[in-house]
Design a protein around this ligand. Structure first.
Ligand code: FAD
Length: 295
């Protein structure tokens, strides 16, 4: 049997039509043309036509019909982390690292920094994102966020590669100020010397807050807390814990999480989101992103 060759782009990016369910933490989503970009050159080619950037897929509900644009997945060089301190930028108490790719999984990076006794990003422990997605959203917890540990951001858009510092952006709570489609290709981290024990103790403390979260496939919290009231509490009070549509369920452990019991479709998830909005009776803003967008 002859192997079917995998198509590659002009600059060598692997291009395949694949179900996006494979790349999301919810495990839901139809097909799209996925570009596996492993160099800056390939990324610059990939953004020449309409595109979306996929990180860890941990904040996405992708439609069963997929998306029409090419979907960029950062791999290879863009998923490597050079944590060597830059001698010109580091000082006696601050370490500025080499380049860390946007496609690097955040949990593994946090563990590496802990082992090196480097502090500033441990508050993001337990967020199943990639570095680029976590920077784009300024992901975090009450114990810390991505922008606590950024020195430089490399941003790719059609026709440009720019280097920015956090001071160039009007970043804030769960937002970087980077417009959609600005690809975070790499960053340099700014960290403080600590000890591996002290960093681990902070991670363990931050992790305690996740004890009640479901362990099943999920894109995280469904809704923002309306007017500071816990969305989970409102959904629970509406009697919706454990409610099911098809393969999707409102988690019995925490009502603001929708989980995939196996075989869920995005239509099932949308039906549960609609049910919550109808029953809770106050305007509820989604926490996660819908691809291709609100129906
Ligand atoms: C179990 C669980 C727990 C979670 N806990 C938290 C938490 O404590 N705090 C928190 O803030 N979030 C949390 N989240 C939500 C999620 O992890 C964050 O929103 C995260 O920032 C999403 O990053 P991602 O790489 O998975 O991005 P994706 O979900 O793949 O994409 C989200 C958005 O980021 C964009 N994006 C992705 N990569 C890039 C890139 N390289 N350049 C530019 N844009 C990019 C995408 O285009 C999309 O618009 C949780 C999710 C889960 C499933």
């Amino acid at each position: 049997m002859t192997a079917v060759p995998v198509p590659v782009s002009r600059t060598g990016a692997r291009v395949e039509r694949l179900p996006l369910a494979r790349f999301t933490t919810l495990g839901v989503g139809g097909e799209a043309e996925v570009w596996f970009v492993s160099t800056l050159e390939q990324l610059r080619e990939a953004v020449e036509a309409p595109y979306r950037v996929l990180g860890g897929g941990s904040n996405l509900v992708v439609s069963d019909g997929g998306v029409p644009e090419r979907v960029l997945r950062l791999t290879g060089q863009l998923a490597e982390a050079d944590l060597t301190p830059d001698p010109e930028l580091s000082t006696s108490d601050t370490v500025v690292t080499g380049w860390v790719g946007g496609g690097v999984p955040l949990p593994g990076l946090i563990r590496k920094l802990q082992k090196l006794g480097l502090s500033n990003l441990e508050g993001t422990v337990g967020i199943p994102a990639q570095v680029g997605g976590a920077v784009w959203m300024n992901a975090g917890t009450r114990y810390g966020e991505m922008f606590d540990g950024l020195h430089t951001l490399e941003i790719v858009t059609p026709g440009s590669v720019r280097h920015l510092t956090p001071d160039d952006l009007n970043w804030g709570y769960r937002q970087s100020d980077l417009p959609r489609g600005h690809v975070v290709s790499r960053v340099r981290l700014k960290l403080r010397h600590s000890t591996s024990e002290a960093v681990l103790a902070k991670m363990d403390f931050a992790d305690l807050a996740r004890k009640g979260q479901p362990k099943m496939k999920t894109p995280g919290c469904a809704f923002k807390n309306p007017g500071g009231v816990s969305a989970g509490k409102l959904i629970d009070e509406a009697g919706l814990k454990g409610a099911r549509v098809g393969g999707a369920m409102i988690a019995p452990e925490h009502a603001n999480f929708i989980v995939n019991l196996g075989g869920a479709s995005s239509a099932d998830v949308h039906a549960l989101l609609g049910l919550i909005r109808e029953r809770v009776g106050v305007p509820m803003e989604l926490e996660y992103e819908l691809w291709p967008g609100e129906a």
